[in-house]
Design a protein around this ligand. Structure first.
Ligand SMILES: C[S@@+](CC[C@H](N)C(=O)[O-])C[C@H]1O[C@@H](n2cnc3c(N)ncnc32)[C@H](O)[C@@H]1O
Length: 189
């Protein structure tokens, strides 16, 4: 809905559902993601994107068959905080260092500050008028790497390799971190 050109080939659109439904005003709603996936566990390697737009559902209360629920989806009343926290974590994981996250939120039912505190870092700036907010974050380069004397490209590769190792370990893949780092030609302790 928010893309000027929804068919823009630069975009990978992910949603956890596919849907075609008639809205109450007679318009056809089509949710046709390129990839069906869960923002809590995205099917992308670490450091895949320069720009991520996170536009999760913002409604806790909407009838199951209401047009609002069809159009925007719904938050789970019990788990929404953990779901969004995990979603933010995944957005930063799939971003390259210095990559930009744009987060959209409508605070009709849940205040913006309740949601911002679920992100692992504060936003840089955003649009602050009205109920719909657009916030901009940037994934930082870990400070520790600045002291290793790497250039920016080496530092980026190192961050990505380390994040992939952590992600694989968390998801039960078995290779030892030291092997992975060696196989990527890194000479760090
Ligand atoms: C506000 S809408 C996004 C609209 C979209 N940005 C656009 O411009 O068309 C929120 C979407 O998040 C989807 N969603 C809800 N839970 C999700 C999850 N766990 N993983 C991925 N998508 C999810 C819903 O199906 C809904 O289509």
């Amino acid at each position: 809905m928010c893309w000027y050109d929804p068919e823009n080939p630069a975009a990978v659109f992910m949603d956890n559902r596919e849907l075609e439904a008639l809205l109450c005003d007679g318009r056809l709603l089509r949710v046709r993601p390129d990839i069906v996936g869960d923002f809590r566990n995205m099917p992308f390697p670490c450091c895949s994107f320069r720009l991520v737009v996170f536009d999760p559902p913002h409604l806790l209360r909407a009838g199951e068959n209401s047009w609002l629920a069809k159009k925007y989806g719904r938050l789970d009343k019990l788990t929404w905080r953990d779901d969004l926290r995990q979603g933010f974590r995944e957005c930063f994981r799939v971003l390259k260092p210095f990559g930009v996250l744009v987060f959209k939120w409508n605070e009709q039912q849940v205040k913006l500050n309740e949601v911002v505190e679920l992100a692992p870092m504060p936003p840089l700036f955003g649009q602050r008028a009205g109920k719909t907010h657009w916030l901009v974050f940037m994934k930082p380069m870990p400070e520790a790497l600045e002291h290793l004397g790497m250039d920016e490209e080496q530092a980026q590769e190192t961050v990505c390799a380390l994040e992939n190792v952590v992600h694989d370990l968390v998801h039960g893949k078995t290779h030892a971190p030291s092997q992975v780092l060696q196989s990527r030609d890194f000479d760090i302790e």
